[in-house]
Structure formats: C-alpha cells, structure tokens
Write a protein that binds this ligand. Structure first.
Ligand code: ATP
Ligand code: NAG
Length: 265
C-alpha cells in the first residue's frame, strides 16, 4: 500500500532526521490516479522538483531547501502536512500559515526591518522562494568570538533597535532566537528570518513574551555572556521603542512568572 509506505517513510524520516528525507517527494510507488487523489487530499507538493535543490534543514513543519531562483541564490521553505491532522483541516492550516508567514515578512520589511526578499510563493507546493541571505547567524557569530568589542556592541544594539521597530509597528516575531537573526556579510546588516510564528499584535504582554523568548535563547545558547549580551539588546530596545515602558513592565512580569515556574520545576 502506497499510503502506508508514505506514512512509514515519514515516520522513519522523523526518527532519523534530515538525511532520510532527502529523497524526492515524488518517490512513492503509488499509481498516478491514486497519487493525484492523495495530493489533493493532503495538499502535498505537486511539482516541486527537489532534484534542483539541496536539503538545508528540516524543521517540525517545514523543509528548507537551497538552490537558485531565476539565477539568484534562493532558499525554498516548503511546508509539509502533518499526518496526524485531518487532511482538510491540515490543508487549510498549511495554507493560512504560509500566507501569514509571507504577510509578516512583507510587513516587517515595510517597517524598515531587513528580511529576505520574497521571490515567489507557490501555493500548490506550499513553498516560499526567497532571497538566500549570504552571511552567518548571530548564534554562529557570537560563538565564533571574532567580532571584536565594537562589532559585538553594534550588533547587539542593532538587535534591540530591530525588535523595537517590529514591535512599534505591531508585529510580534514569535520565535526570536539568535539562529533566526543573520548578519549579511555584504553590508553587515542584521536580517531577521523565520516569520513562521509571527503575528499582528499591539499587546504589551505579547511583546514581553517575545523579549523573554530572546532572553532565554541568549541564556541557553551563549552561557554566562548571554545575560550581558541580552542586557545590551534590552538597553537598545528601551532607547528605540516608543512603547518601551508598557512592554518592559510586562516583560518583567513574564520573566518573574518564568522564574517561579523554573523553581517549582
Ligand atoms: N533566507 C534565508 N537565507 C539564508 N538562510 C536561511 C534563510 N531562511 C532560512 N535559512 C536557514 O535555514 C534555517 C531554517 O529556516 P527557518 O528557521 O525559516 O525554518 P524552520 O523550519 O522554521 O526552522 P526551525 O524549525 O528550526 O525554526 C535557518 O536557521 C537558516 O539557517
Ligand atoms: C496584519 O494586519 C494588517 C492590517 O489589518 C493586514 O493587512 C495583515 O495581513 C496582517 N498581517 C498578518 C501577518 O496577519
């Protein structure tokens, strides 16, 4: 049974990680009519030609491919279905998340935040084709230690200002980590990526949680230096955001709740 084979392959892929999923999506043995039906039910990729791209990474809901789009370096983020969700609901969810991610990227850009340029959105394969940012993630840079004092300082200030721009514009990123921030080599600009969890909000609590997620990310990925780095980010945020007061009050509360939870275990 082709359907069983597909499910089994997915389970294996989930178990062993990215390596196993590099096989082309069309490599199942289903008969054409059956395949067609499966695709319609699951809103699965119709003609995403994975042979033209190399798999970069595999997240919980998306595969990220590297290649070119109209001869430009591109990243293709392809959302896939979750087998445990009802097929129709799943299709709708995938479609709405795709749209939301694209809208958020465009909105961030309008607010003056650097994001990858969206080249193309393919609803049939639930894929976003975007500019491939040439550079390194902040996580890598902060670990590398080759930034130098002023370089590091500038970068952290830039993080604070960037988040302030997003928040003042009513956009919450939803997954602020140092992996989701890149420094473009060419112009040393900070570029935010992964707007998959971003949403519209002007509520201080939402912004406070956004900052808290980043604080945790600094603490867990950058050890003792993490706290001092985050303080710089927060200082720049405070100076740049018009709504800093309400947001930072909420942030303090969110942080307190987090600590209590950590103590209780
Ligand atoms: N536009 C881009 N330019 C360069 N690299 C990118 C770009 N988009 C994504 N990447 C790389 O691919 C990785 C995964 O992308 P992204 O975070 O958008 O996917 P995701 O499935 O939401 O990941 P996760 O599940 O880890 O949050 C990023 O950490 C980054 O290394
Ligand atoms: C945020 O709201 C604006 C205005 O209502 C809307 O156009 C946009 O699509 C929304 N963005 C997201 C990510 O939902």
């Amino acid at each position: 049974m082709a359907a069983t084979a597909t499910v089994a392959a997915t389970a294996v892929a989930a178990a062993v990680g990215a390596a196993a999923v590099a096989a082309p999506p069309q490599a199942t043995a289903a008969a054409p009519a059956e395949q067609q039906q499966q695709r319609q039910q699951q809103q699965q990729p119709v003609e995403f030609d994975s042979s033209r791209y190399t798999l970069h990474s595999q997240g919980a809901e998306a595969r990220v491919w590297e290649g070119t789009f109209l001869s430009r370096p591109a990243i293709i983020k392809q959302r896939f279905s979750k087998k445990y969700r009802h097929p129709q609901l799943d299709g709708k969810l995938t479609a709405s998340r795709l749209k939301s991610e694209v809208r958020s990227m465009l909105k961030a850009r309008k607010l003056g935040v650097h994001t990858p340029v969206v080249y193309h959105v393919d609803h049939a394969t639930s894929s976003i084709y975007m500019e491939r940012v040439q550079g390194h993630s902040l996580k890598t840079l902060l670990h590398g230690g080759q930034l130098g004092g002023t370089g590091l300082e500038e970068l952290l200030v830039s993080v604070g200002r960037t988040i302030a721009k997003l928040h003042d514009g009513g956009l919450v990123h939803g997954d602020l980590t140092t992996s989701n921030m890149m420094m473009r080599t060419e112009d040393r600009q900070l570029v935010l990526i992964d707007f998959g969890l971003a949403y519209n909000s002007t509520i201080p609590e939402d912004k406070g949680v956004d900052l808290y997620v980043l604080e945790r990310a600094f603490a867990s990925a950058h050890a003792e230096e993490g706290a001092a780095m985050f303080e710089k980010v927060l200082e720049a945020y405070r100076r740049a955001s018009r709504q800093w007061s309400a947001t930072l009050n909420r942030f303090a509360e969110v942080r307190m709740r987090g600590r209590k939870r950590a103590m209780v275990g």
